[in-house]
Design a protein around this ligand. Structure first.
Ligand code: GDP
Ligand code: MN
Length: 379
């Protein structure tokens, strides 16, 4: 870590220096929250999160908007959760609801039809009004006219740690990809041996990492017979009689599909890593010498350990988190911004990359298939 790195990477997050923050310029900006009285709980949740992680030092104002009237309880409670200025505004019928120029009955019939067709929110009139308000009106609301920037907030935004704890999750990821086979030629033989040695029955996640019977379009690849492991990579304890556990024949016909959770985004319980089973797993993998004789990444190590020790319900797929690293990205299906041309970057986009982006499109928009047991597919 050197000077060319940002300080946060060298020294960790900087202590908050309120004086410094106070001297920094502020944008002419506000948080905008569209909400209803009945969403107060969710609003508090969002406020707590944004205040705790950001706004308690920055004090950007909030503007709450509603097509109805915010009641006294809503106003008083919200003000309790921030020391920043708060304004409450009503949206009148010039910005909400059916405009004059549309036949209300025809419009309502259109909405009913979408309801009958089970289109998500399609049958909910208020939702249509909300979308239209956010499309063509909010920025002209009188309370927002004085601002140059806005940050939209919704009720019920979540803190992923708290969410994972509440849902009793151990490990969370955004992207699952295939590992480069040449970096881990023997990793699976060891991981499988660990699982067998410890009599671990799959809890359903292990299968995520198994080559499946080839699908229709692909003719089955002839199973490559793996060579016997060179003795020098079996760096087990002297006298360890478990070498036969690493016999490739002992994999019972299973082979690794190279899938792994991409660990450069990872939210997980440290106590899982600190647990005896994980520790044993790491030690066994380590003893094999694979970290030197091959180029094992931490991602397939974490993943195969999860496969051996955890069940799909322990895993959380952050499908709603946008994340990009190098050329691989995950873009949630409800954030179609990724479809915009990325000038001038687009011109430089290689064919390979274009393919990846197209694929990502597919991954992001595909139904969260229950494949792999964790609602994701491996790229
Ligand atoms: P989703 O995020 O697409 O599922 O939609 P939400 O139900 O979360 O609505 C988006 C935002 O609009 C949230 O901030 C809601 O509180 C707000 N909202 C949705 N419908 C109404 C409505 O009828 N009245 C008001 N005042 N706010 C609404
Ligand atoms: Mn929402």
């Amino acid at each position: 870590i050197s000077e060319k790195h940002d300080k946060v990477f060298a020294t960790g997050c900087l202590p908050i220096d309120q004086d410094r923050i106070d001297k920094e310029p502020r944008a002419n900006a506000a948080f905008v929250v569209l909400a209803r009285n009945k969403e107060l709980e969710g609003v508090i949740q969002s406020l707590k999160s944004i205040e705790r992680h950001f706004n308690r030092w920055y004090h950007y104002p909030y503007v709450f908007l509603n097509d109805g009237d915010f009641d006294e309880e809503f106003r008083a409670t919200v003000k309790n959760y921030t020391s920043a200025p708060v304004e409450f505004g009503k949206i009148d019928n010039t910005m909400w609801g059916f405009p004059d120029w549309v036949d209300h009955e025809v419009a309502k019939e259109g909405i009913r039809k979408q309801g009958d067709a089970a289109i998500m929110y399609g049958g909910m009139e208020s939702y249509h009004h909300m979308c239209r308000f956010y499309s063509g009106h909010f920025y002209k609301h009188s309370l927002l006219m004085k601002y140059e920037w806005y940050w939209r907030l919704e009720p019920e935004i979540n803190d992923p740690f708290i969410k994972m704890a509440e849902a009793n999750k151990t490990y969370g990821f955004t992207i699952a990809v295939k590992e480069l086979r040449e970096t881990v030629p023997n990793i699976f033989r060891y991981a499988a041996a660990y699982k067998r040695k410890n009599n671990l029955k799959s809890k359903g996640l292990w299968e995520m990492f198994l080559e499946r019977p080839a699908e229709e379009e692909k003719p089955a690849e002839p199973e490559k017979k793996q060579e016997k492991l060179p003795d020098e990579i079996l760096l087990t304890e002297p006298g360890d009689k478990n070498l036969d556990d690493i016999d490739p024949e002992a994999m019972e016909g299973e082979s690794y599909n190279m899938c792994h959770f991409w660990s450069n985004f990872e939210i997980a319980r440290l106590d899982w890593f600190r647990s005896k089973p994980y520790e044993d797993f790491f030690n066994m993998m380590d003893r094999s010498g694979g970290f030197w004789n091959e180029r094992w990444g931490d991602a397939p190590i974490h993943s195969l350990a999860a496969g051996a020790l955890l069940s799909p319900s322990d895993i959380h797929y952050f499908r709603d988190f946008g994340y990009r690293h190098t050329t691989i990205q995950h873009c949630p299906a409800n954030a179609p911004a990724r479809q915009l041309p990325r000038e001038p970057y687009l011109e430089k986009t290689t064919e390979d990359e274009k393919k990846r982006i197209e694929e990502d499109e597919y991954w992001a928009t595909a139904d969260p298939v229950k494949e792999n047991g964790v609602g994701c597919r491996c790229r």
